[in-house]
Design a protein around this ligand. Structure first.
Ligand SMILES: [Cu+2]
Length: 297
């Protein structure tokens, strides 16, 4: 039986799962044991060179809501601004996103997209985020519809976010082996569905962007769509009730996974062996040098 959205809100109120603070962001990503810092929303200043895009989300780590599905804020979070560095990975590598905790009440899917910027190391630094075309390389949604993550769980089902909590607040993705080399913006996102049935509130989106260079011998560069076209209110994976005894089938929002992508590798907590700084992008200067005769050199 479906509960009315009002009673879902009442449950949330009674159990006190709504909170104003303590949402989350990605503190670091880990690739083959090397940890790279994320953008720290709780610090006044961050290193100039990060692979992580900066945001104006602020120390309370809020979300982007359904009113902003067509706003640039959905792309790389609130006022997301291009990172100046990048992390080099091989096609086929696994990347772990370490979140700064995750509230148990915030059940929902975990999604990861890439958008190609170009072949120059500063192409993701210079790109207009509104022109990025994202394709999906990873997703986890409703992993178990008939159980609860814990005895005290506020919603039905075991979700990607519950798996993330169980793995020390990490989510792991695999960069498709078939992907052609180049520079990409990687957009990782958790969606919390606890208010999804409240049209005035809705799902909470927590997008996090990083610049990566993909190396390897892949040849595929999948088509994508602007992030402002990823989501529409009313999609069954966004307007979805987690507070019912029998969950409806869950459709993960956004475009389908690209061919050759591993949607959800087996999740493991990340192991950090070293802390590494992001590579600074080299500015591409389109300065034409005066012609020189070789014989003069
Ligand atoms: Cu929250």
């Amino acid at each position: 039986m479906r509960q009315s959205s009002l009673s879902a809100a009442a449950i949330l109120g009674l159990t006190g799962v709504h909170h104003v603070r303590a949402h989350s962001h990605v503190t670091n990503i880990v690739v083959n044991g090397a940890s790279y810092d994320g953008f720290n929303t709780k610090e006044d200043t961050n290193p100039d060179i990060l692979a992580a895009w900066s945001t104006d989300v602020g120390p309370e780590d809020g979300w982007v809501g359904l009113e902003d599905y067509q706003s640039p804020d959905i792309i790389c979070h609130v006022n997301g601004t291009n990172a100046k560095g990048y992390v080099t990975v091989e096609a086929g590598d696994r990347i772990s996103f370490q979140w700064l905790g995750w509230p148990e009440s915030h059940h929902g899917p975990a999604l990861t997209y890439l958008a190609y910027c170009g072949d120059a190391s500063d192409s993701c630094v210079e790109v207009d985020k509104r022109e990025l075309e994202f394709f999906k390389i990873g997703r986890g949604g409703l992993l178990n519809a008939t159980e609860k993550a814990t005895d005290f769980s506020s919603g039905m089902g075991i979700w990607a976010t519950d798996e993330l909590i169980a793995k020390n607040h990490t989510w792991m993705i695999e960069v498709p082996k078939v992907l052609s080399p180049g520079f990409y913006v990687m957009r990782h996102e958790l969606i919390a569905l606890h208010y999804a049935m409240e049209p005035t509130l809705g799902p909470q989106h927590y997008p996090q962007c990083f610049n990566i260079e993909v190396r390897g011998t892949g040849t595929q560069r999948p088509d994508g769509i602007p992030a402002t076209e990823l989501y529409t209110w009313g999609h069954p994976g966004l307007e979805y009730d987690i507070f019912v005894e029998t969950l409806a089938p869950y459709t993960i929002p956004g475009p389908t996974l690209v061919t050759g992508a591993v949607g959800m590798p087996e999740q493991t907590s990340s192991t950090i062996e070293s802390h590494v700084s992001a590579e600074p992008a080299e500015p591409t200067r389109m300065i034409r040098r005066p012609r020189q005769s070789r014989s003069n050199v």
